[in-house]
Design a protein around this ligand. Structure first.
Ligand code: 0L1
Ligand code: MG
Length: 265
């Protein structure tokens, strides 16, 4: 690793969250750019700062696991981040969950397939089948991402440092057992402000959503960390993300999992 000030850049990103303002991407401000390794080190420092403020970890997430998202953001690899307890809202029944978009910088909504773990999962060597064995339920959700960077523009290392743009995670009420349906053919229809903006199946997530979660478990295993029982694990968005404004509404309708909706307030 280089002499990058991980704690200082984490403060830079936390300041952007606190002040609800976009900031210049980090890589462009460092001679030689920002490595993926330094991106994860900044992300780890940022997580420590959130925990020091009294927040907790509700799960871990994957980002950029679909071709739709990789194309939208101009990158070719997935990334991993943390889901903070303060970011999670649980849907009840079919009612739309209100999200205070004014607390965010330039939020975008995207559908998510979410695994709820029934037991710990520690890499290396975790397979998609191991993920299904360790999963208590699969639910639908909607993530509100909010890059702290100007114009949602960044390198892969930048977005990793920024905890993969994580901002809010709305978790659907209706789950199924991990083997109750074929997750690769499970369908998702995403609608924003009355317009269908994307349709996809679970296979859009690198061929198999459970394999994505295995990648995350193996990534954390390399750092001596594990996914924990009770955590939620969003496997990524099968469709691209859409701007959500105050008064706007996004809904994700899943086969087998029901619908999840959010309203910008
Ligand atoms: O959850 C995600 O897929 C976000 C990954 C980061 C890139 C973005 O901000 O879209
Ligand atoms: Mg996401």
């Amino acid at each position: 690793m280089t002499g990058v000030d991980h704690s200082g850049w984490a403060d830079y990103l936390l300041g952007a969250v606190d002040d609800r303002r976009e900031v210049a991407a980090i890589a462009a401000q460092i001679d030689g750019g920002l490595s993926i390794e330094d991106g994860y080190a900044i992300q780890a420092a940022l997580l420590e700062k959130h925990l020091a403020r009294g927040d907790g970890v509700a799960g871990a997430k994957l980002g950029l696991t679909s071709a739709a998202k990789q194309k939208q953001m101009g990158v070719s690899e997935p990334c991993y981040g943390w889901v903070l307890e303060s970011s999670v809202a649980r849907a009840s029944g079919g009612a739309a969950v209100d999200v205070a978009v004014g607390e965010l910088i330039h939020p975008r909504a995207e559908p998510e397939l979410i695994f709820v773990l029934g037991e710990d999962l520690a890499g290396p060597g975790v397979t998609a089948s191991d993920v299904l064995d360790a999963t208590a339920a699969v639910v639908g959700g909607i993530e509100l991402i909010d890059s702290r960077y100007e114009a949602f523009s960044f390198t892969l290392a930048d977005v990793i440092a920024d905890n993969t743009s994580a901002a809010r995670m709305v978790v659907g009420a209706d789950g199924i057992g991990p083997r109750d349906a074929d997750l690769t053919t499970l369908g998702c229809l995403f609608e924003v402000d009355g317009q269908i903006t994307g349709t996809a199946t679970g296979a859009a997530l690198l061929g198999d959503p459970a394999a994505c979660v295995a990648m995350l478990a193996n990534h954390l295993g390399r750092e001596g960390q594990a996914l924990r029982e009770g955590w939620i694990i969003p496997a990524g968005a099968p469709c691209d993300a859409q701007r959500l404004a105050a008064g706007g509404r996004a809904s994700a309708r899943y086969s087998h999992l029901g619908a999840v909706a959010v309203r910008g307030v």
